[in-house]
Design a protein around this ligand. Structure first.
Ligand SMILES: N[C@@H](CCC(=O)N[C@@H](CS)C(=O)NCC(=O)O)C(=O)O
Length: 217
């Protein structure tokens, strides 16, 4: 049995859950994969057994039957995209694939990671992990917001980010926009295209519900 370690409130594990959902697969109902919820509040990512498996002490992690450990969301998504379902969310032809890669890197590096840095440098729960510099938080939020017009420019005229076709780049931007809400950046106030995109993605994948459900487990 494969095992997928995740924390449903955290952005990087959410990429994996949404990638599967986009392929019509419910992560909690797979025959050959079991989900293991890692509770940050209980510091489970720092436990000895988890650290042994992933010395980076981060989620998501996917372990395969042969003992392979994949400890990065991108690597896990690449693997799951190839192994499950017919249509590739990463892109079916070489040019689409390359364009999805470029777009998701910009969404990830410019938006998601700046929001993550802002959170890590400002939230008390991250003080153990990060040598916090509080001034870094507003600057990182500013950098993320500065990147949004790039996406607005695409989304004002098309439904999705790459060739008007749903892709992994959309997943990363959606997760980043949703995470921005924690930092009081309203995804519906960043331009008409982004607002429409966020609403469309949220109707389909409902990240808010995923957070609520995770508090029940
Ligand atoms: N490169 C990794 C980064 C993973 C990462 O930073 N995960 C965060 C959650 S989004 C984490 O596990 N943080 C643990 C902590 O804050 O203690 C990936 O994309 O999988």
């Amino acid at each position: 049995m494969k095992k997928l370690y995740l924390t449903r409130t955290a952005p990087n594990p959410r990429k994996v859950v949404i990638l599967l959902a986009a392929k019509g697969i419910d992560v909690d109902n797979m025959d050959d994969l079991e989900v293991v919820d890692v509770d940050f509040a209980k510091r489970e990512q720092f436990s000895e057994s988890f650290t042994q498996m992933n010395p980076m002490q981060t989620v998501p992690v996917l372990t395969l039957e042969d003992g392979t450990v994949l400890n990065d969301s991108q690597a896990i998504c690449e693997y799951l995209d190839r192994v499950y379902g017919e249509r590739s969310v990463m892109g079916n032809d070489v040019v689409q694939r390359a364009k999805v890669c470029a777009m998701r890197r910009i969404a990830e590096l410019e938006v998601l990671y700046n929001f993550m840095l802002a959170f890590q440098h400002s939230h008390p729960s991250k003080a153990e992990r990060v040598d916090q510099v509080p001034d870094f938080a507003p600057k990182s939020i500013e950098r993320a917001i500065k990147a949004l017009p790039y996406f607005e420019n695409v989304l004002k005229d098309s439904q999705y980010l790459v060739n008007d076709q749903f892709s992994y780049a959309d997943i990363v931007l959606y997760i980043a926009l949703d995470f921005g809400r924690i930092l009081k950046v309203d995804p519906k106030a960043q331009g008409e295209g982004i607002a429409r995109f966020y609403t469309m993605m949220d109707d389909r994948f409902n990240l808010q519900k995923m957070s609520e459900d995770s508090h029940k487990v």
